[in-house]
Design a protein around this ligand. Structure first.
Ligand SMILES: [Zn+2]
Ligand SMILES: [Zn+2]
Length: 334
């Protein structure tokens, strides 16, 4: 099969690779579409010790079952593979399973990803594609499930309902935009500010999201003001913005994984009882709920997604890296 292989820092090569082997309890998917995630970008930059080259990246995948018990069906994959037996898996918190692994990772266990013609996946991770969801757009279900999980974790910790809360979203990539769309269109949140240094990307978001789109130095980002701040970037500087702008008793939802440490104002956290919530992936229930949200078109048009061919994937990575791409999400078509 042809695949886009991550071979070293900032290097991807489109080349011939071995087809995945048929494994008991798994199916082979003929991939139709595969989204580029922020975590694939971390790998590309050589900053991910769970993704070591050579490796086929990609975990936001739709396609058709080629071999296996659902042969011929159009599907969307939940790429988070878990043990099914531990205390997390048996308490609807599969995403915290000690043995969790995502497609397109090779540490501690190897699982080749979806930037290829074929990928193997356990049958329990396969969902039939809802009829109203385009197979090209379907990979957006994965980051949308991340955003839904984050928004609902936030909801549990807020003083006021989201409808009456003021939200700051840091980062206008796919997770930022999807969090904003879920806040606005599903939770009826009326006051949303979304911040990003990339003005082209902000302009694109403003076409779809009812929010104030601003650059990081904007005066609209008031101090001690927001009920909730979503940090979808996860850098020292964005965490500092989050803690500065959150109001007493407010919530910081930390989703980004860009920098793992740095200065943080724990004094304000303590004196103002700030709730800081880390969030990762989603539960199986979140994934199912996301599919029905997308099937019912509840977050509106997905025309902000840009499509490229898999064989040109290397250029897409490069343009996301240098900021010349304004789309919050690029999906590669195979
Ligand atoms: Zn992802
Ligand atoms: Zn488990």
């Amino acid at each position: 099969m042809q695949a886009l292989v991550y071979t070293g820092t900032q290097t991807l090569v489109y080349r011939e690779e071995k087809n995945p082997k048929v494994v008991n309890g798994e199916s082979i998917v003929k991939v139709s579409a595969s989204g580029i995630c922020g975590s694939d970008m971390h790998a590309y930059h050589g900053n991910d010790n769970r993704r070591i080259p050579p490796l086929i990246l990609g975990h936001e995948i739709s396609g058709t079952i080629n071999k296996g018990k659902f042969a011929g069906k159009k599907v969307i994959l939940n790429p988070l593979i878990t043990c099914g037996k531990c205390e997390y898996c048996t308490n609807n918190k599969e995403h915290l399973c000690n043995k969790r692994i995502i497609l397109g990772m090779n540490k501690p266990i190897e699982r080749q990803g979806g930037f290829a013609e074929y990928v193997s996946i356990p049958d329990k991770n396969i969902y039939e594609l809802p009829k109203t969801l385009d197979i090209k757009e379907a990979p957006i279900a994965e980051p949308a499930a991340v955003a839904l999980h984050a928004v609902e974790l936030c909801e549990k910790n807020l003083i006021n309902p989201l409808k009456e809360s003021k939200a700051l979203v840091i980062g206008a990539g796919a997770i930022g935009l999807l969090s904003g769309l879920i806040l606005s269109k599903i939770k009826n949140c009326e006051e949303i500010v979304i911040v990003d240094p990339n003005t082209k990307r902000l302009k694109e978001c403003s076409k779809y999201l009812n929010a104030n789109t601003v650059e990081p130095n904007s005066k609209s980002i008031l101090t001690d003001y927001f009920d909730v701040v979503f940090d979808t970037v996860g850098m020292e500087i964005t965490r500092q913005q989050a803690i500065r702008s959150v109001k007493p008793g407010g919530v910081i939802i930390h989703i980004g994984l860009t920098q793992s440490s740095g200065f943080f104002d724990f004094r304000k956290t303590t004196l103002q009882e700030i709730i800081v919530v880390g969030t990762y992936c989603y539960t199986n229930k979140d994934f199912e709920k996301t599919l029905s949200i997308l099937a019912d078109k509840k977050i509106g048009s997905l025309d902000w997604i840009e499509y490229r061919e898999l064989k040109n994937g290397s250029l897409a990575f490069k343009q996301i890296h240098d900021g010349s791409c304004s789309a919050p999400k690029i999906i590669l078509l195979i």
